[in-house]
Write a protein that binds this ligand. Sequence first.
Ligand SMILES: Nc1nc2c(ncn2[C@@H]2O[C@H](COP(=O)(O)OP(=O)(O)OP(=O)(O)O)[C@@H](O)[C@H]2O)c(=O)[nH]1
Ligand SMILES: [Mg+2]
Length: 312
Amino acid sequence: MVFGQVVIGPPGSGKTTYCNGMSQYLQLIGRKVAIINLDPANDSLPYDCAINIEDLIKLSDVMNEHNLGPNGGLVYCMDYLEKNIDWLESKLKPLLKDHYFLFDFPGQVELFFLHSNAKKVIMQLIKKLDLRLTAVHLIDAHLCSDPGKYVSALLLSLSTMLHMELPHVNVLSKIDLIENYGKLAFNLDFYMDVQDLSYLQHHLDQDPRSSKYRKLTKELCEVIEDFGLVNFTTLAIQDKESVTNLVKLIDKTNGYIFQGIDATAVEFSKIAIAPTDWEYYRYPFNKFHFNFTTAAVQEKYMKDDDNFDSDD
Ligand SMILES: Nc1nc2c(ncn2[C@@H]2O[C@H](COP(=O)(O)OP(=O)(O)OP(=O)(O)O)[C@@H](O)[C@H]2O)c(=O)[nH]1
Ligand SMILES: [Mg+2]
């Protein structure tokens, strides 16, 4: 069985940085990782990828030839990938034996809750190559600092979960920067658990700009609560503990921790609810510079947000 992650989320939410950091982490705990870049707009990749969509189709060529903008161009590229899925399959096949896959996807969110090509690509790979994939949906944590944006992040997460139909983990990324956006209206747990959105509605009603949408906000919050599917975990990609906790969660959702175990459904559910501590702390992490304090990371990013490099 081959396991992996489909990394998705809005533009700039940290997908490429995540693939880079996650691959380094997984390699340090003994897994062989292949990153598959399926974002034709990724110009300079911080990681060595095993497969690059650029070898199949270039966004700039599509935009020039078909007179499309970047968004239309990306939809075209996904369409093209779906039609040429054999290309991707043939590239993946030699890696199936012993690799863990990380798929880096474009940030155009409509590809994951509206259009069907990206989903079809993933579903065909799952079916034909027997992959066990989890969707890791990154949402920039700064959206929590604005209740309106947070509601839209909840809706996006829910729509993506329903559309993709994969084991799914929603992540508030760049949590190390959250304090830079001012004091949150509620504890972080409130934003992670998504339990009672009436507090959020009340908060939005205090603002004259959003109070006129009171009924709409209420209805949207009710939809999110009625489904009861959305919650978040947090991530600061350079923090070892943060990455460890996320890996443990993902390993449960795609079944990685169950491989090779021959047990009954009851025993499986016992493993699923128990803490997962094996393997993760056995390896020395000194090669991966996870030892930044949160404050140091904040200072570093405030100086140069584009210069995020785990080797620094
Ligand atoms: N502080 C901090 N910065 C991060 C973290 N993850 C990503 N970043 C920064 O966020 C910015 C955007 O990250 P990318 O990895 O390019 O985001 P992306 O989702 O791949 O962006 P697109 O491909 O354009 O959709 C970069 O400047 C990263 O250095 C994190 O955990 N903490
Ligand atoms: Mg990217």
